[in-house]
Design a protein around this ligand. Structure first.
Ligand code: ZN
Length: 255
């Protein structure tokens, strides 16, 4: 059990897909299928056979390749039960559900805000979470189908995971997110250091995903609505955490 392998690959302009593989059982899962060709190429590169596909949400850059991948591999497709408009799901899951992949628990977190159907997949024995377009490295998803309160509650579910958890998100947005984060949390030395590392990694063409939850808790302004320095900077010392989060989200939308 455990000791799964992870293979992250880019597709479209700034998306990441991930393959999860067990050498002991031979099973392989993918997170989302926004680009069927890119996913099938990644499988071929690794020599892995796809057995499972875990879908986070209905946006085209996450499901456009689903039909092609399912037809080609006969994988079992797991996705949202609530608010689902996704074709081809074999198993529909919701908040609190746990299922097995390669002998590991996969816990389902419903994290609406970006979309109403958003699911995140958490593997507690592995210490890995796939946050889709809910939590990004130094950012969070835009609010297309939910309000700030909804997203804040969703982020709180992720913040409750162990800080050592590895966070795979679906986009390479980190450098732009870091630039924005510096405008609301300019005196955070951990953020300053991370920004420098990110600029260097991007200059070298390297991914900044995955990160750890501990890094996000220390530097991601969207998880730091209770931070006194940020509150002071925004002039919101007596606001609720959700109100501070909403203000940061609005500022990012207009950044
Ligand atoms: Zn999306």
């Amino acid at each position: 059990m455990a000791n799964l392998q992870y293979f992250q690959f880019p597709y479209m302009s700034d998306n990441y897909g991930v393959l999860i593989h067990s050498d002991s059982t031979g099973e392989t899962a993918a997170i989302d299928a926004g680009d069927g060709t890119a996913l099938l190429n990644a499988l071929a590169e690794k020599g892995w056979q796809l057995t499972d596909l875990f879908v986070t949400h209905h946006h085209a850059d996450h499901v456009a390749g689903l039909a092609e991948v399912k037809t080609t591999t006969s994988c079992k497709v797991t996705g949202p039960k609530l608010h689902s408009s996704i074709d081809g799901l074999d198993r529909q899951v919701a908040e609190g559900d746990t299922f097995q992949f390669a002998g590991c628990d996969v816990q389902v977190l419903h994290t609406p805000g970006h979309t109403a159907d958003m699911l995140n997949y958490y593997l507690p024995q592995e210490g890995v979470v796939f946050t889709g377009d809910t939590l990004f490295a130094l950012g969070c998803g835009r609010l297309f189908e939910g309000d700030a309160n909804t997203m804040w509650n969703s982020l709180n579910k992720l913040m409750a995971l162990p800080p050592s958890t590895t966070v795979y998100c679906s986009h390479e947005y980190t450098e732009a997110n870091a630039k924005f984060a510096m405008t609301v949390d300019p005196n955070n030395s951990a953020l300053q250091q991370r920004y420098e590392q990110i600029k260097q990694r991007r200059a070298e063409g390297k991914a900044t995903v995955p990160s750890t939850l501990a890094e996000e808790l220390a530097t991601n302004p969207f998880l730091r609505a209770d931070d006194q320095a940020i509150r002071q900077h925004l002039g919101m010392e007596s606001a609720t955490d959700a109100e501070v989060f909403a203000e940061i989200r609005t500022r990012k939308d207009n950044f």
